[in-house]
Write a protein that binds this ligand. Structure first.
Ligand SMILES: Cc1cc2nc3c(=O)[nH]c(=O)nc-3n(C[C@H](O)[C@H](O)[C@H](O)COP(=O)(O)OP(=O)(O)OC[C@H]3O[C@@H](n4cnc5c(N)ncnc54)[C@H](O)[C@@H]3O)c2cc1C
Length: 446
């Protein structure tokens, strides 16, 4: 039902994060000839940290022909060990090796740099994609048939841009989201998770002389140490040359900070105090972080939006469903959004604003419920992991005991590692659903 002339639509993308890069590449692969990406930063501006590459993400990256390069540096996770932070005692051990057999891609972990660069290199091969770095987008207006905005290149004069479709992948601080909500007269607030995270990368050379730490970087596994209101997740990345740690702890530093503050230089002394009751192995790793290089992130989420679509504008990724990292699905979900949006636009039957809006609503129908389910699941999983003493913790620890007794084949309180949950996350192919169900959903919309 798709028309040929839909491929000449001018499509603008705000943001060259995981969502924006995937959208641009997906659209180019669908045959669109005019894709413009506007990015405020001067380059990809990636965070120096690891990222989990789950099968639902890899499947999409593979279809876009960028997976092989990303995979080359990534590390396979074959197991996960969930341990008591204070004692290092293993609470649960789960096999992840089955994932490759079941979902056709292993669960892997990599450097954000590899993921972002892999996508960017894929985009650079496409003549139809133009990048505008160091260019900030403002004054987004999607109330007219063609979305308009102001683009301001750093140090140069602003200019007006009009396009046929605007995809806002501008992250958790999304300006487009604010504009859309304003235009709709709707309210949806950034909500405070009361959690913050330190992101740490240890070089292999820093831990080489410590056999216990060396064993950690040499495993093909992820370890989670849990304690009251805190946990640390850690795994090797970049062909095991880096050991990556990501913590979660109660937010103290950002509590009084303005809502747009997301990162801050942390104090090593405070970081060590926060985890002072964790086992010596963990503390030795935290101690290796050089003074002055502690970086803390505020973890913010957003209450569900009434809609992700306004006219010919669609929100993508963290702009519409920022999620806590405890399911390791934020970027994966942004990538699913982007891939689906590219498919539905590729299938739009004509270039009228009405049909574009309907196609974008097909995207929303396929993606919104699933992404919001994962936002909730990530928050729920953290509640389980962070329990203090009491009945709920006793029940959680009983489940861990049952998991051990059943050799890792039972419900896992750490939802990320639960096979039933993995089935709903890794086993669902949103892009396939979009291709197969587009016509029917499109027709059902008025
Ligand atoms: C501690 C932590 C660990 C995580 N671990 C994982 C993990 O293991 N796996 C996983 O899948 N996810 C993980 N995530 C989540 C993941 O990082 C995000 O969900 C993902 O990066 C969102 O991608 P995005 O493209 O939507 O937004 P972003 O990556 O935030 O990209 C938005 C882009 O838009 C640009 N931009 C913003 N405003 C403008 C503007 N006005 N004009 C032009 N450009 C603009 C920004 O500069 C940025 O480049 C983690 C998050 C945290 C905090």
């Amino acid at each position: 039902m798709a028309s040929q002339n839909n491929k000449s639509l001018k499509i603008c993308v705000i943001g060259a994060g995981m969502g924006g890069l995937t959208a641009a590449l997906g659209l180019a692969k669908e045959g669109f000839s005019d894709i413009q990406v506007f990015e405020a930063a001067s380059d990809l501006g990636f965070v120096g940290a690891g990222i989990q590459l789950a099968p639902n993400m890899s499947r999409i990256l593979d279809r876009l022909d960028v997976w092989k390069d990303i995979e080359r540096e990534a590390v396979i996770l074959r197991e996960t060990s969930i341990r008591e932070g204070a004692t290092d005692k293993e609470l649960g051990h789960v096999d992840l090796a089955y994932i490759e057999e079941t979902y056709h891609y292993p669960h892997m972990v990599g450097h954000r740099h590899s993921l972002a660069n892999g996508l960017y290199n894929g985009c650079k091969k496409q003549k139809s994609i133009t990048f505008h770095f160091s260019t900030r987008v403002e004054n987004v207006d999607s109330t007219t048939a063609k979305p308009t905005f102001t683009a301001t290149p750093r140090g140069k004069d602003p200019y007006a841009v009009e396009c046929d479709v605007l995809l806002a992948a501008d992250g958790i601080k999304s300006l487009a989201r604010i504009e859309v909500l304003k235009q709709l007269g709707a309210e949806a607030e950034v909500t405070d998770s009361k959690q913050a995270a330190y992101r740490i990368m240890l070089d292999r050379s820093q831990i080489e002389s410590d056999p216990e730490l060396l064993a950690l970087i040499d495993t093909e596994g992820v370890t989670r140490w849990i304690g009251e209101k805190r946990h640390i997740i850690a795994y090797p990345i970049s062909n095991k040359t880096i050991y990556n740690l990501s913590t979660t702890q109660p937010d103290i530093n950002f509590a009084a900070a303005p809502s747009e503050t997301y990162t801050t230089k942390g104090s090593k002394k405070v970081m060590l105090e926060v985890f002072s009751d964790f086992c010596p192995k963990v503390l030795r790793m935290l101690n290796l972080v050089p003074e002055g290089e502690v970086c803390e992130w505020k973890l913010r989420v957003h209450s569900p939006l009434p809609t992700w679509i306004h006219g010919s504008l669609a929100l993508i990724g963290d702009a519409c469903h920022p999620t806590l990292p405890h399911m390791a699905q934020g970027a994966a979900q942004a990538i699913e959004d982007a891939a689906v949006v590219a498919v539905v636009l590729g299938l739009v039957p004509d270039t009228s604003p009405e049909s574009i809006n309907k196609a974008l609503r097909v995207y929303e129908k396929i993606r919104k419920e699933r992404a919001e389910m994962l936002v909730e699941l990530a928050a729920a999983s953290a509640r389980q992991l962070h329990l203090g003493s009491g009945k709920a913790k006793e029940e959680r620890d009983r489940q861990f005991a049952e998991l051990r007794a059943k050799g890792g084949k039972a419900s896992v309180p750490d939802k990320w590692a639960d096979a039933d949950v993995q089935k709903t996350v890794y086993g669902v192919d949103c892009v396939k659903i979009a291709r197969e169900e587009f016509d029917e959903i499109f027709k059902s919309l008025d």
